[in-house]
Write a protein that binds this ligand. Structure first.
Ligand code: ZN
Ligand code: MN
Length: 447
């Protein structure tokens, strides 16, 4: 049967390192990037016997903020659990994570094409250390750096609601924008502060609506992929592989795979462990967390404007989608643009001029404050008008439109020059160079 149609079924797991000052359960610095190996460690994050974890409030607050931004429900009772597995970069042989009572549950994201993707949960856990594989004195060795051990890590899981790769990529970009707007992570994938995993399968499409079909009886996890571009390629390659196998009646094994960029194919890493293998149980050293509704409301009230708010606001100014997405991509650029608009209330350059200077000419890179950009634009546009015929014709129009005022001026009412300048500026939308306009008016009025 070759006429069968197949549709992707994709779910995401995203780990985001929180940009807090200290680690999640001790006072060591959480800013581990490029630090001397094992220079930011203590008995707690090394998992030494007797050391006790002490919870970082900031990490909890950041996770709640993120959940609220995704319309999740915040659990007013939440706790940590031990997730057991043995690995050299995990000193305690368990990770303190959250199992059945995560900080945030539910939530959703609507794709640009209007499709709904359900967020399953967002929980908080500790990061592991890092292994380095090296050759020392001619021997192959593995070294462990514990600087990253116990850095706060937020994990978000979605339902397998993506039925196409474009939505998946757009979702991940939006997640990155949201954490950057919230200021809770750099979400820098090259440095590993945002890590992506996709679980991928294919189902036969019999035209069912969303929620009406059964999920496939297998899924393949794609892991350790550190860019949107590679993840996109890996998922596309994987979907193709599944479709070919399914068409020829093969069974696809449940496993974890990585992506080989050179070969443009995925490769098997290990077969999947079930949740039971982790022997979760409640973490006895960290007390459970309870929140009052009023505390959650306070956090909600402190949320900044999010990318979707800015998008709506900028579209409302009459900007094209292309301009809007450029200005919204980076919260610093959005802020710069809005500050420039605020300053422009005095200069009247207009939304088009300011956005154009930023989107097309990237002038915000050269003029690094909104004030200096506006100042430059005022200079540039003034020179244009002063030298052009535009000022002259605006002056001629002001004179032609106001014969009574011209007569009075000529009869000695010199103060009317202010009125004429106003008329010219109105015509020029405030872009005239006042000294040039005055000179031009005086010449014409005294003719
Ligand atoms: Zn420590
Ligand atoms: Mn995790």
């Amino acid at each position: 049967m070759t006429d069968k149609k197949y549709k992707p079924v994709i779910g995401m797991e995203v780990h985001i390192e929180l940009d807090t000052k200290t680690k999640i359960f001790c006072s060591c610095s959480a800013q581990h990037f490029a630090a001397e190996p094992n220079s930011q460690v203590c008995p707690t994050c090394m998992g030494l016997p007797g050391a006790l974890p002490y919870l970082n409030k900031e990490a909890v607050r950041d996770t709640i903020k993120f959940g609220l931004a995704l319309n999740s429900t915040i659990n007013t009772f939440s706790k940590f659990d031990r997730k057991h597995y043995a690995y050299p970069d995990l000193p305690k042989s368990y990770q303190i994570s959250q199992y059945d009572l995560p900080l945030c549950e539910g939530g959703q994201w609507i794709s640009p094409s209007g499709k709904k993707v359900r967020i399953t949960r967002v929980h908080l856990e500790e990061d592991t250390g890092k292994l380095q594989h090296k050759t020392l004195n001619g021997k192959r060795v593995s070294l462990v750096d514990f600087n990253r051990s116990s850095v706060p890590l937020m994990e978000m899981v979605t339902e397998a609601d993506f039925d196409n790769v474009d939505d998946m990529v757009e979702f991940l970009r939006e997640i990155r924008r949201i954490v950057r707007y919230l200021g809770i992570s750099t979400a820098d994938m090259e440095k590993g502060s945002m890590r992506l995993e996709a679980n991928v399968s294919m189902r036969e499409d019999k035209g069912e609506a969303m929620g009406e079909f059964e999920l496939p009886d297998y899924k393949v996890e794609l892991k350790n992929i550190n860019s949107f571009r590679f993840l996109e390629k890996a998922v596309r390659a994987e979907l193709k592989r599944h479709e070919i196998m399914l068409r020829s009646g093969e069974k696809i094994p449940q496993e974890t795979r990585g992506y080989d960029e050179a070969k443009k194919t995925t490769f098997s890493q290990r077969s999947k462990e079930g949740a039971a293998d982790y022997r979760y149980f409640p973490e006895p050293d960290v007390p459970p967390m309870r929140f009052k509704d009023s505390e959650i409301d306070t956090i909600k009230g402190s949320l900044p404007e999010l990318p979707k708010d800015k998008r709506e606001k900028f579209s409302g100014l009459g900007l094209s989608d292309e301009y809007v997405s450029f200005l919204v991509e980076d919260p610093d650029i959005a802020k710069f643009f809005e500050e420039a608009l605020e300053l422009d209330k005095k200069t009247n350059l207009g939304v088009k001029t300011i956005s154009g200077a930023m989107v097309n000419q990237k002038m915000h890179e050269e003029y690094d404050t909104p004030a200096s950009l506006v100042k430059k634009l005022v200079e540039v546009t003034k020179v244009d008008f002063a030298d052009s015929d535009v000022t002259k014709s605006a002056v001629a129009k002001a004179i032609a439109d106001n014969p009574d005022a011209v007569e009075k001026f000529k009869a000695g009412k010199g103060a009317l020059i202010g009125f004429f300048i106003g008329q010219v500026q109105k015509e020029l939308k405030g872009m005239g160079d006042v000294s040039v306009v005055r000179k031009e008016l005086m010449e014409k009025l005294e003719e």
